[in-house]
Design a protein around this ligand. Structure first.
Ligand code: MN
Length: 182
């Protein structure tokens, strides 16, 4: 079964996250980057045992190029699904109770990633943790349940923030996370 970007619709209008995430960034990130991961994945799994698996099954059972592309499809869909501009919802108390200062700790993790990767809030066997993954790696490959993620590959923010990753992280935490879904 081939994957289709139509099955991963954005939960917001293309201009719905302005000015924190521009239409241009959304267009490039969703159409070009996610679109390319989906196309690559379809090309790589054609005629293999992975063709009959769900996306999460492929992530758990593959490695190399197939893993990288499948994990990036999962990660991007998870990222976009949790975005809503100024949703007005607060960080749930079970998260603020677990961390001394969730936003600062999440930001420090995101800034600490050298090169491309992802910052995550995960449930690791019942414990809430902030973790990072490099490149396309994903918590579901390590038995952890993701709750929230932030893409800090440069393509996620360079058009809007150039090299100011910290400003992008602040905009994400303060204006783009839909805490109702976390
Ligand atoms: Mn990305």
């Amino acid at each position: 079964m081939a994957f289709d970007i139509e099955n991963y619709p954005l939960p917001f209008a293309r201009d719905g996250l302005e000015p924190y995430m521009s239409v241009r960034t959304v267009d490039f990130h969703y159409d070009r980057h996610l679109g390319t991961y989906i196309k690559n994945l379809n090309d790589l799994i054609a005629g293999t045992k992975f063709e009959s698996m769900t996306l999460e099954e492929i992530v758990r059972e593959s490695d190399g190029k197939i893993f990288n592309n499948a994990a990036q499809v999962f990660n991007h869909n998870f990222f976009f699904a949790k975005l809503k501009k100024d949703s007005g919802t607060k960080i749930p108390s079970h998260i603020t109770d677990t961390f001394k200062d969730f936003n600062s700790e999440f930001k420090a993790a995101a800034l600490g990633i050298f090169g491309s990767g992802w910052a995550w809030l995960v449930d690791d066997n019942g414990t809430l943790k902030i973790i990072t993954t490099a490149n396309g790696d994903t918590p579901i490959a390590h038995g952890m349940k993701p709750l929230l993620c932030l893409d800090v590959w440069e393509h996620a923010y360079y058009l809007d923030y150039q090299n100011r990753r910290g400003d992008f992280v602040d905009a994400f935490l303060n204006h783009l996370v839909n805490w109702d879904l976390i």
